[in-house]
Write a protein that binds this ligand. Structure first.
Ligand code: HEM
Length: 464
Protein backbone atom coordinates (compact mmCIF):
# COMPACT_ATOMS: atom_id res chain seq x y z
CA UNK A 1 0.00 0.00 0.00
CA UNK A 2 1.36 3.39 -0.96
CA UNK A 3 1.60 6.12 1.65
CA UNK A 4 0.68 9.32 -0.09
CA UNK A 5 2.80 12.38 -0.22
CA UNK A 6 1.17 15.16 1.76
CA UNK A 7 -1.59 16.11 -0.60
CA UNK A 8 -4.73 17.82 0.49
CA UNK A 9 -7.39 15.38 -0.63
CA UNK A 10 -7.14 12.02 -2.41
CA UNK A 11 -7.98 11.72 -6.11
CA UNK A 12 -11.46 10.47 -6.81
CA UNK A 13 -14.68 11.30 -8.58
CA UNK A 14 -14.57 14.73 -6.98
CA UNK A 15 -16.73 16.29 -9.64
CA UNK A 16 -19.43 15.46 -7.15
CA UNK A 17 -22.93 16.29 -8.23
CA UNK A 18 -21.85 17.34 -11.70
CA UNK A 19 -20.50 14.08 -13.05
CA UNK A 20 -21.18 11.14 -10.78
CA UNK A 21 -23.99 12.91 -8.99
CA UNK A 22 -25.77 11.23 -6.14
CA UNK A 23 -27.50 9.02 -8.72
CA UNK A 24 -25.09 6.07 -8.85
CA UNK A 25 -24.12 6.49 -5.19
CA UNK A 26 -27.75 6.36 -4.20
CA UNK A 27 -29.13 3.92 -6.74
CA UNK A 28 -26.31 1.47 -7.43
CA UNK A 29 -23.90 1.90 -4.51
CA UNK A 30 -22.30 -1.55 -4.88
CA UNK A 31 -21.28 -0.86 -8.47
CA UNK A 32 -20.31 2.70 -7.60
CA UNK A 33 -17.93 1.78 -4.77
CA UNK A 34 -16.49 -1.12 -6.79
CA UNK A 35 -15.81 1.25 -9.66
CA UNK A 36 -14.24 3.90 -7.41
CA UNK A 37 -11.92 1.30 -5.82
CA UNK A 38 -10.93 -0.05 -9.23
CA UNK A 39 -10.14 3.36 -10.65
CA UNK A 40 -8.64 5.12 -7.62
CA UNK A 41 -7.19 2.29 -5.50
CA UNK A 42 -6.82 2.07 -1.72
CA UNK A 43 -7.69 5.68 -0.96
CA UNK A 44 -10.21 7.74 -2.91
CA UNK A 45 -11.75 11.13 -2.31
CA UNK A 46 -15.51 11.51 -2.66
CA UNK A 47 -17.18 14.87 -2.66
CA UNK A 48 -20.89 15.53 -2.45
CA UNK A 49 -21.40 19.27 -2.55
CA UNK A 50 -19.01 20.42 0.17
CA UNK A 51 -19.11 17.20 2.20
CA UNK A 52 -15.86 15.29 1.77
CA UNK A 53 -15.45 11.58 2.40
CA UNK A 54 -12.33 9.46 2.12
CA UNK A 55 -13.13 5.98 0.83
CA UNK A 56 -10.55 3.42 2.01
CA UNK A 57 -9.97 -0.01 0.52
CA UNK A 58 -6.99 -1.48 2.28
CA UNK A 59 -7.36 -3.70 5.39
CA UNK A 60 -4.56 -1.85 7.23
CA UNK A 61 -6.26 1.50 6.72
CA UNK A 62 -9.58 0.05 7.83
CA UNK A 63 -7.88 -1.23 10.99
CA UNK A 64 -6.48 2.25 11.63
CA UNK A 65 -9.95 3.76 11.43
CA UNK A 66 -11.93 1.12 13.32
CA UNK A 67 -9.35 0.11 15.92
CA UNK A 68 -6.19 2.24 16.28
CA UNK A 69 -7.86 5.62 15.88
CA UNK A 70 -11.39 4.60 16.88
CA UNK A 71 -11.63 7.51 19.34
CA UNK A 72 -11.14 10.01 16.55
CA UNK A 73 -14.44 9.01 14.93
CA UNK A 74 -18.14 8.90 15.54
CA UNK A 75 -20.76 6.94 13.59
CA UNK A 76 -21.40 8.05 10.00
CA UNK A 77 -24.08 10.22 8.47
CA UNK A 78 -26.59 7.56 7.45
CA UNK A 79 -26.79 6.12 10.95
CA UNK A 80 -26.89 9.59 12.48
CA UNK A 81 -29.70 10.59 10.12
CA UNK A 82 -31.66 7.64 11.50
CA UNK A 83 -31.16 8.55 15.11
CA UNK A 84 -34.84 9.32 15.54
CA UNK A 85 -35.45 5.62 14.83
CA UNK A 86 -32.66 4.04 16.86
CA UNK A 87 -32.57 6.80 19.48
CA UNK A 88 -29.76 6.31 21.97
CA UNK A 89 -29.57 2.57 21.31
CA UNK A 90 -26.25 0.75 21.07
CA UNK A 91 -25.83 1.17 17.34
CA UNK A 92 -26.11 4.96 17.31
CA UNK A 93 -25.20 6.27 20.77
CA UNK A 94 -21.72 7.64 21.48
CA UNK A 95 -19.21 8.23 24.26
CA UNK A 96 -19.84 7.39 27.89
CA UNK A 97 -23.53 6.70 27.37
CA UNK A 98 -22.73 4.10 24.69
CA UNK A 99 -20.05 2.48 26.89
CA UNK A 100 -22.42 2.15 29.82
CA UNK A 101 -25.13 0.59 27.64
CA UNK A 102 -22.64 -1.72 25.94
CA UNK A 103 -21.50 -3.02 29.35
CA UNK A 104 -25.10 -3.48 30.38
CA UNK A 105 -26.10 -5.42 27.27
CA UNK A 106 -22.87 -7.43 26.90
CA UNK A 107 -23.74 -10.21 29.41
CA UNK A 108 -26.70 -11.22 27.22
CA UNK A 109 -24.15 -12.04 24.51
CA UNK A 110 -21.54 -13.88 26.57
CA UNK A 111 -20.66 -17.30 25.17
CA UNK A 112 -22.31 -19.25 27.96
CA UNK A 113 -25.44 -17.17 27.65
CA UNK A 114 -25.64 -17.53 23.90
CA UNK A 115 -25.19 -21.28 24.25
CA UNK A 116 -28.48 -21.35 26.12
CA UNK A 117 -30.21 -19.86 23.06
CA UNK A 118 -29.23 -22.76 20.78
CA UNK A 119 -32.18 -24.95 21.69
CA UNK A 120 -34.64 -22.09 21.00
CA UNK A 121 -33.05 -21.48 17.62
CA UNK A 122 -33.43 -25.13 16.61
CA UNK A 123 -36.92 -25.39 18.10
CA UNK A 124 -38.25 -22.37 16.21
CA UNK A 125 -36.68 -23.62 12.98
CA UNK A 126 -38.36 -26.99 13.58
CA UNK A 127 -41.70 -25.21 14.00
CA UNK A 128 -41.18 -23.45 10.68
CA UNK A 129 -40.44 -26.76 8.98
CA UNK A 130 -43.69 -28.26 10.26
CA UNK A 131 -45.44 -26.02 7.75
CA UNK A 132 -43.12 -26.93 4.86
CA UNK A 133 -44.01 -29.60 2.34
CA UNK A 134 -42.30 -31.15 -0.62
CA UNK A 135 -43.07 -29.25 -3.84
CA UNK A 136 -44.30 -26.04 -2.18
CA UNK A 137 -43.11 -22.71 -3.51
CA UNK A 138 -41.93 -20.14 -0.93
CA UNK A 139 -39.94 -16.96 -0.61
CA UNK A 140 -36.89 -18.13 1.34
CA UNK A 141 -36.09 -14.56 2.38
CA UNK A 142 -39.51 -13.94 3.93
CA UNK A 143 -39.31 -17.28 5.72
CA UNK A 144 -35.86 -16.45 7.12
CA UNK A 145 -37.00 -12.95 8.16
CA UNK A 146 -39.95 -14.32 10.10
CA UNK A 147 -37.81 -16.98 11.74
CA UNK A 148 -34.97 -14.71 12.86
CA UNK A 149 -37.42 -12.12 14.18
CA UNK A 150 -39.10 -14.78 16.29
CA UNK A 151 -35.73 -16.04 17.54
CA UNK A 152 -34.40 -12.63 18.52
CA UNK A 153 -37.70 -11.79 20.26
CA UNK A 154 -37.79 -15.04 22.19
CA UNK A 155 -34.12 -15.21 23.19
CA UNK A 156 -33.58 -11.57 24.17
CA UNK A 157 -37.04 -10.46 25.28
CA UNK A 158 -38.84 -13.72 26.02
CA UNK A 159 -41.61 -12.42 23.79
CA UNK A 160 -43.59 -14.44 21.32
CA UNK A 161 -44.19 -12.10 18.42
CA UNK A 162 -46.01 -14.70 16.37
CA UNK A 163 -49.13 -12.53 16.19
CA UNK A 164 -47.12 -9.36 15.47
CA UNK A 165 -44.33 -10.85 13.38
CA UNK A 166 -45.74 -9.79 10.06
CA UNK A 167 -46.43 -6.19 11.11
CA UNK A 168 -43.10 -5.76 12.88
CA UNK A 169 -41.22 -7.45 10.06
CA UNK A 170 -42.76 -5.23 7.39
CA UNK A 171 -42.23 -2.06 9.40
CA UNK A 172 -38.60 -2.94 10.14
CA UNK A 173 -37.98 -3.69 6.48
CA UNK A 174 -39.41 -0.34 5.40
CA UNK A 175 -37.41 1.54 7.98
CA UNK A 176 -34.19 -0.01 6.75
CA UNK A 177 -35.05 0.73 3.16
CA UNK A 178 -36.06 4.36 3.60
CA UNK A 179 -33.33 4.91 6.18
CA UNK A 180 -30.58 3.86 3.78
CA UNK A 181 -31.30 6.50 1.18
CA UNK A 182 -28.10 8.57 1.00
CA UNK A 183 -29.81 11.50 -0.66
CA UNK A 184 -32.37 11.64 2.10
CA UNK A 185 -29.74 11.10 4.81
CA UNK A 186 -27.63 13.96 3.55
CA UNK A 187 -30.18 16.51 2.40
CA UNK A 188 -33.54 15.89 4.09
CA UNK A 189 -33.97 16.48 7.84
CA UNK A 190 -36.13 13.79 9.42
CA UNK A 191 -38.69 16.31 10.72
CA UNK A 192 -39.66 17.61 7.25
CA UNK A 193 -43.10 16.21 6.38
CA UNK A 194 -42.00 14.53 3.14
CA UNK A 195 -43.91 11.37 2.11
CA UNK A 196 -40.91 9.16 3.03
CA UNK A 197 -40.53 10.82 6.43
CA UNK A 198 -44.24 10.50 7.17
CA UNK A 199 -44.15 6.85 6.18
CA UNK A 200 -41.19 6.31 8.42
CA UNK A 201 -42.98 7.97 11.32
CA UNK A 202 -45.96 5.67 10.86
CA UNK A 203 -43.79 2.56 10.78
CA UNK A 204 -41.85 3.64 13.88
CA UNK A 205 -45.15 4.22 15.69
CA UNK A 206 -46.33 0.76 14.68
CA UNK A 207 -43.23 -0.92 16.12
CA UNK A 208 -43.20 1.27 19.22
CA UNK A 209 -46.74 0.19 20.03
CA UNK A 210 -45.61 -3.42 20.17
CA UNK A 211 -42.35 -2.71 21.99
CA UNK A 212 -44.02 -0.57 24.66
CA UNK A 213 -46.56 -3.32 25.14
CA UNK A 214 -43.82 -5.92 25.70
CA UNK A 215 -42.05 -3.56 28.14
CA UNK A 216 -45.27 -2.72 30.03
CA UNK A 217 -46.26 -6.39 30.34
CA UNK A 218 -42.88 -7.23 31.81
CA UNK A 219 -42.87 -4.28 34.20
CA UNK A 220 -46.36 -5.18 35.37
CA UNK A 221 -45.53 -8.85 35.93
CA UNK A 222 -42.33 -8.01 37.85
CA UNK A 223 -41.07 -11.35 36.53
CA UNK A 224 -37.33 -11.91 36.15
CA UNK A 225 -37.19 -13.94 32.97
CA UNK A 226 -33.39 -13.93 33.15
CA UNK A 227 -33.28 -12.43 29.66
CA UNK A 228 -31.93 -9.17 28.28
CA UNK A 229 -35.14 -7.29 28.96
CA UNK A 230 -35.07 -8.26 32.65
CA UNK A 231 -31.42 -7.27 32.84
CA UNK A 232 -32.15 -3.88 31.31
CA UNK A 233 -35.15 -3.36 33.58
CA UNK A 234 -33.07 -4.19 36.64
CA UNK A 235 -30.10 -2.02 35.65
CA UNK A 236 -29.56 1.07 37.73
CA UNK A 237 -27.40 4.13 37.39
CA UNK A 238 -25.05 5.07 40.21
CA UNK A 239 -27.66 7.56 41.41
CA UNK A 240 -30.22 4.77 41.63
CA UNK A 241 -32.26 5.83 38.58
CA UNK A 242 -33.51 3.10 36.31
CA UNK A 243 -33.79 2.98 32.55
CA UNK A 244 -36.79 4.87 31.26
CA UNK A 245 -39.27 3.31 28.85
CA UNK A 246 -37.78 5.50 26.15
CA UNK A 247 -34.27 4.10 26.77
CA UNK A 248 -35.65 0.58 26.82
CA UNK A 249 -37.47 1.28 23.57
CA UNK A 250 -34.22 2.51 21.97
CA UNK A 251 -32.28 -0.61 22.95
CA UNK A 252 -35.03 -3.02 21.95
CA UNK A 253 -35.71 -1.45 18.55
CA UNK A 254 -31.96 -1.43 17.88
CA UNK A 255 -31.60 -5.11 18.72
CA UNK A 256 -34.69 -6.05 16.71
CA UNK A 257 -33.39 -4.11 13.71
CA UNK A 258 -29.70 -5.00 13.97
CA UNK A 259 -30.35 -8.56 15.04
CA UNK A 260 -32.81 -10.11 12.65
CA UNK A 261 -32.59 -8.84 9.09
CA UNK A 262 -28.80 -9.25 8.98
CA UNK A 263 -28.92 -12.95 9.88
CA UNK A 264 -31.98 -13.54 7.70
CA UNK A 265 -30.26 -11.98 4.68
CA UNK A 266 -27.10 -14.01 5.28
CA UNK A 267 -29.20 -17.18 5.19
CA UNK A 268 -31.14 -16.06 2.12
CA UNK A 269 -27.88 -15.50 0.25
CA UNK A 270 -26.58 -18.84 1.49
CA UNK A 271 -29.66 -20.65 0.10
CA UNK A 272 -29.29 -18.85 -3.20
CA UNK A 273 -25.57 -19.67 -3.45
CA UNK A 274 -26.11 -23.30 -2.45
CA UNK A 275 -28.86 -23.77 -5.04
CA UNK A 276 -26.45 -22.65 -7.75
CA UNK A 277 -23.53 -24.75 -6.54
CA UNK A 278 -24.67 -28.37 -6.38
CA UNK A 279 -21.22 -29.70 -5.47
CA UNK A 280 -21.09 -27.44 -2.39
CA UNK A 281 -24.64 -28.41 -1.51
CA UNK A 282 -23.77 -32.08 -1.81
CA UNK A 283 -20.78 -31.70 0.47
CA UNK A 284 -22.92 -29.84 2.99
CA UNK A 285 -25.53 -32.59 2.97
CA UNK A 286 -22.82 -35.20 3.39
CA UNK A 287 -21.51 -33.47 6.51
CA UNK A 288 -25.01 -33.08 7.94
CA UNK A 289 -25.83 -36.73 7.32
CA UNK A 290 -22.56 -37.87 8.88
CA UNK A 291 -22.72 -35.64 11.96
CA UNK A 292 -26.45 -35.57 12.64
CA UNK A 293 -27.79 -38.68 10.99
CA UNK A 294 -31.46 -38.62 11.91
CA UNK A 295 -31.69 -35.89 14.54
CA UNK A 296 -31.84 -32.12 14.69
CA UNK A 297 -28.60 -30.28 15.50
CA UNK A 298 -27.70 -29.13 19.00
CA UNK A 299 -25.07 -26.85 20.44
CA UNK A 300 -22.59 -29.71 20.94
CA UNK A 301 -22.67 -30.51 17.22
CA UNK A 302 -21.31 -27.10 16.21
CA UNK A 303 -17.59 -27.99 16.49
CA UNK A 304 -18.19 -30.85 14.05
CA UNK A 305 -20.32 -28.87 11.61
CA UNK A 306 -17.17 -27.36 10.16
CA UNK A 307 -18.19 -27.22 6.51
CA UNK A 308 -21.63 -25.85 7.42
CA UNK A 309 -19.80 -23.04 9.24
CA UNK A 310 -17.60 -22.42 6.19
CA UNK A 311 -20.74 -22.08 4.02
CA UNK A 312 -21.93 -19.27 6.30
CA UNK A 313 -18.48 -17.64 6.40
CA UNK A 314 -18.31 -17.68 2.61
CA UNK A 315 -21.88 -16.39 2.17
CA UNK A 316 -20.96 -13.49 4.49
CA UNK A 317 -17.87 -12.82 2.41
CA UNK A 318 -19.68 -12.58 -0.91
CA UNK A 319 -22.90 -11.06 0.41
CA UNK A 320 -21.99 -9.26 3.63
CA UNK A 321 -25.24 -8.17 5.28
CA UNK A 322 -23.40 -5.03 6.42
CA UNK A 323 -22.02 -4.22 2.99
CA UNK A 324 -20.43 -0.88 3.90
CA UNK A 325 -19.71 1.29 6.91
CA UNK A 326 -19.02 4.94 7.55
CA UNK A 327 -17.57 7.19 10.20
CA UNK A 328 -17.42 10.93 10.85
CA UNK A 329 -14.09 12.46 11.86
CA UNK A 330 -14.28 14.17 15.27
CA UNK A 331 -10.56 14.94 15.67
CA UNK A 332 -8.13 16.10 12.99
CA UNK A 333 -5.48 13.53 12.00
CA UNK A 334 -4.16 11.73 8.90
CA UNK A 335 -5.12 8.75 6.78
CA UNK A 336 -2.39 7.36 4.52
CA UNK A 337 -0.68 10.74 4.67
CA UNK A 338 -3.78 12.73 3.81
CA UNK A 339 -5.00 15.21 6.39
CA UNK A 340 -8.50 14.44 7.64
CA UNK A 341 -10.41 17.22 9.32
CA UNK A 342 -13.21 17.21 11.84
CA UNK A 343 -16.54 16.88 10.03
CA UNK A 344 -15.19 14.84 7.10
CA UNK A 345 -16.46 11.34 6.42
CA UNK A 346 -14.61 8.04 6.04
CA UNK A 347 -16.24 5.11 4.24
CA UNK A 348 -15.26 1.47 3.78
CA UNK A 349 -17.10 -1.32 2.01
CA UNK A 350 -17.06 -4.98 2.98
CA UNK A 351 -18.60 -5.61 -0.43
CA UNK A 352 -15.44 -4.32 -2.13
CA UNK A 353 -12.73 -5.61 0.25
CA UNK A 354 -14.27 -9.11 0.49
CA UNK A 355 -14.09 -9.42 -3.31
CA UNK A 356 -10.56 -8.06 -3.68
CA UNK A 357 -8.36 -10.54 -5.56
CA UNK A 358 -5.32 -9.45 -3.52
CA UNK A 359 -6.80 -11.42 -0.61
CA UNK A 360 -9.01 -14.00 -2.29
CA UNK A 361 -8.19 -16.29 -5.18
CA UNK A 362 -11.11 -16.55 -7.62
CA UNK A 363 -12.62 -13.87 -5.45
CA UNK A 364 -16.08 -13.92 -7.07
CA UNK A 365 -16.47 -17.70 -6.69
CA UNK A 366 -18.48 -19.33 -3.91
CA UNK A 367 -15.92 -21.69 -2.37
CA UNK A 368 -16.54 -22.53 1.29
CA UNK A 369 -13.43 -24.72 1.34
CA UNK A 370 -11.19 -21.70 0.91
CA UNK A 371 -11.68 -21.29 4.68
CA UNK A 372 -10.06 -24.64 5.42
CA UNK A 373 -6.50 -24.61 6.75
CA UNK A 374 -7.01 -21.40 8.72
CA UNK A 375 -7.30 -18.91 5.86
CA UNK A 376 -8.79 -16.49 8.39
CA UNK A 377 -5.52 -16.42 10.35
CA UNK A 378 -3.45 -15.88 7.21
CA UNK A 379 -5.48 -12.93 5.96
CA UNK A 380 -4.82 -9.35 7.05
CA UNK A 381 -7.22 -8.79 9.96
CA UNK A 382 -9.56 -6.47 8.02
CA UNK A 383 -9.63 -8.35 4.71
CA UNK A 384 -12.71 -10.04 6.21
CA UNK A 385 -14.84 -7.91 8.51
CA UNK A 386 -18.53 -8.74 8.16
CA UNK A 387 -19.05 -7.72 11.80
CA UNK A 388 -16.95 -4.54 11.70
CA UNK A 389 -14.22 -4.27 14.32
CA UNK A 390 -12.74 -2.35 17.21
CA UNK A 391 -14.85 -1.11 20.12
CA UNK A 392 -17.99 -0.83 17.97
CA UNK A 393 -17.74 -4.39 16.66
CA UNK A 394 -21.06 -6.18 16.35
CA UNK A 395 -22.23 -7.34 19.77
CA UNK A 396 -24.28 -10.09 18.13
CA UNK A 397 -21.39 -11.64 16.19
CA UNK A 398 -21.28 -15.02 17.95
CA UNK A 399 -25.08 -15.07 18.32
CA UNK A 400 -25.50 -14.56 14.56
CA UNK A 401 -22.93 -17.18 13.53
CA UNK A 402 -24.41 -19.78 15.83
CA UNK A 403 -27.94 -18.95 14.72
CA UNK A 404 -27.14 -19.04 11.01
CA UNK A 405 -25.23 -22.34 11.31
CA UNK A 406 -27.98 -24.03 13.34
CA UNK A 407 -30.76 -22.80 11.06
CA UNK A 408 -28.89 -23.85 7.91
CA UNK A 409 -28.16 -27.28 9.38
CA UNK A 410 -31.72 -27.83 10.65
CA UNK A 411 -33.27 -26.94 7.30
CA UNK A 412 -30.68 -28.44 4.92
CA UNK A 413 -30.92 -31.74 6.77
CA UNK A 414 -34.52 -32.00 5.61
CA UNK A 415 -34.93 -29.83 2.54
CA UNK A 416 -33.23 -28.73 -0.62
CA UNK A 417 -34.23 -25.27 -1.80
CA UNK A 418 -34.47 -25.17 -5.59
CA UNK A 419 -34.58 -21.78 -7.30
CA UNK A 420 -37.79 -20.95 -9.13
CA UNK A 421 -36.65 -20.41 -12.72
CA UNK A 422 -36.89 -16.86 -14.02
CA UNK A 423 -37.25 -15.22 -10.60
CA UNK A 424 -34.73 -12.36 -10.39
CA UNK A 425 -32.46 -12.50 -7.34
CA UNK A 426 -30.67 -9.16 -7.12
CA UNK A 427 -28.97 -7.44 -4.21
CA UNK A 428 -30.53 -4.34 -2.73
CA UNK A 429 -27.91 -2.34 -0.86
CA UNK A 430 -30.04 -0.64 1.74
CA UNK A 431 -28.60 -0.29 5.28
CA UNK A 432 -28.24 -4.05 4.93
CA UNK A 433 -27.69 -6.10 1.79
CA UNK A 434 -30.74 -8.13 1.00
CA UNK A 435 -32.34 -9.76 -2.03
CA UNK A 436 -34.54 -7.06 -3.56
CA UNK A 437 -37.32 -9.38 -4.71
CA UNK A 438 -36.66 -12.16 -2.23
CA UNK A 439 -35.44 -15.63 -3.19
CA UNK A 440 -38.28 -17.73 -4.59
CA UNK A 441 -37.69 -21.43 -4.10
CA UNK A 442 -39.38 -24.77 -4.48
CA UNK A 443 -39.00 -27.04 -1.47
CA UNK A 444 -37.66 -30.48 -2.16
CA UNK A 445 -37.78 -32.95 0.68
CA UNK A 446 -34.42 -34.68 1.15
CA UNK A 447 -35.82 -37.90 2.62
CA UNK A 448 -35.79 -39.69 -0.65
CA UNK A 449 -32.20 -38.70 -1.47
CA UNK A 450 -30.71 -39.30 1.97
CA UNK A 451 -29.54 -42.75 1.04
CA UNK A 452 -27.58 -41.48 -1.99
CA UNK A 453 -25.21 -39.27 -0.06
CA UNK A 454 -22.24 -40.25 2.02
CA UNK A 455 -19.84 -38.01 3.87
CA UNK A 456 -16.81 -37.33 1.70
CA UNK A 457 -14.73 -35.62 4.39
CA UNK A 458 -13.56 -32.04 4.54
CA UNK A 459 -10.86 -32.33 1.86
CA UNK A 460 -13.03 -33.52 -1.05
CA UNK A 461 -13.08 -31.39 -4.18
CA UNK A 462 -15.85 -28.91 -4.72
CA UNK A 463 -16.59 -26.94 -7.84
CA UNK A 464 -16.44 -23.17 -8.00
C1 HEM B 1 -24.95 -11.86 10.08
C2 HEM B 1 -25.46 -11.07 10.99
C3 HEM B 1 -24.90 -9.73 11.40
C4 HEM B 1 -24.05 -8.88 10.75
C5 HEM B 1 -23.42 -9.08 9.38
C6 HEM B 1 -23.84 -7.74 11.61
C7 HEM B 1 -23.00 -6.68 11.31
C8 HEM B 1 -22.73 -5.64 12.18
C9 HEM B 1 -21.73 -4.62 11.94
C10 HEM B 1 -20.84 -4.50 10.72
C11 HEM B 1 -21.75 -3.78 13.00
C12 HEM B 1 -20.83 -2.58 13.23
C13 HEM B 1 -21.45 -1.31 12.67
C14 HEM B 1 -20.49 -0.14 12.81
O1 HEM B 1 -19.44 -0.26 13.43
O2 HEM B 1 -20.83 0.93 12.27
C15 HEM B 1 -22.77 -4.25 13.91
C16 HEM B 1 -23.11 -3.65 15.10
C17 HEM B 1 -24.09 -4.10 15.93
N1 HEM B 1 -24.82 -5.27 15.80
FE1 HEM B 1 -24.63 -6.64 14.34
N2 HEM B 1 -24.59 -7.90 12.74
C18 HEM B 1 -25.24 -9.11 12.67
C19 HEM B 1 -26.07 -9.66 13.63
C20 HEM B 1 -26.41 -9.07 14.80
C21 HEM B 1 -27.25 -9.65 15.82
C22 HEM B 1 -27.83 -11.05 15.75
C23 HEM B 1 -27.41 -8.71 16.80
C24 HEM B 1 -28.19 -8.78 18.06
C25 HEM B 1 -29.05 -9.70 18.36
C26 HEM B 1 -26.66 -7.54 16.39
C27 HEM B 1 -26.60 -6.37 17.11
C28 HEM B 1 -25.71 -5.34 16.84
C29 HEM B 1 -25.56 -4.16 17.69
C30 HEM B 1 -26.37 -3.84 18.94
C31 HEM B 1 -24.55 -3.38 17.12
C32 HEM B 1 -23.99 -2.07 17.67
C33 HEM B 1 -22.85 -2.41 18.60
C34 HEM B 1 -22.16 -1.20 19.21
O3 HEM B 1 -21.95 -0.20 18.54
O4 HEM B 1 -21.82 -1.28 20.40
N3 HEM B 1 -26.05 -7.79 15.18
N4 HEM B 1 -23.34 -5.39 13.39
Amino acid sequence: MLRAARKKFPAGPTEGLKRWSLGPLNNTPLEYFTMVARVYGDVAGLRVLNFKTIFINHPDLIEEVLVTNARKYSKGRVLRANRHVFGEGLLTSEGDFWLRQRRLVQPAFHRARIASYAATMVEYTGRLLQGWQNGQERDAHQEMMRLTLQIVSKTLFDADVERDAQDVGKSLELLLEIGANFRRAIFVPHWLPTPANLRMKREVAQIEKILYRIIAERRASGRDAGDLLSMLLAAQDEDGSKMTDRQLRDETITLFLAGHETTASTLSWAWWLLAQNPAVEKKLHAELDAVLDDRAPALDDLPRLVYTGHVITEALRLYPAAWGMARLVVEDHEIAGYPVKKGMGVAMAQWVVHRDSRWYEASEAFRPERWENDLMKRLPRFAYFPFGGGPRQCIGNAFALMEATLILATIARKFRLRLVPGHPVVPLASITLRPRHGVRVTLESRKKVAAETSFAGPQSAVAD
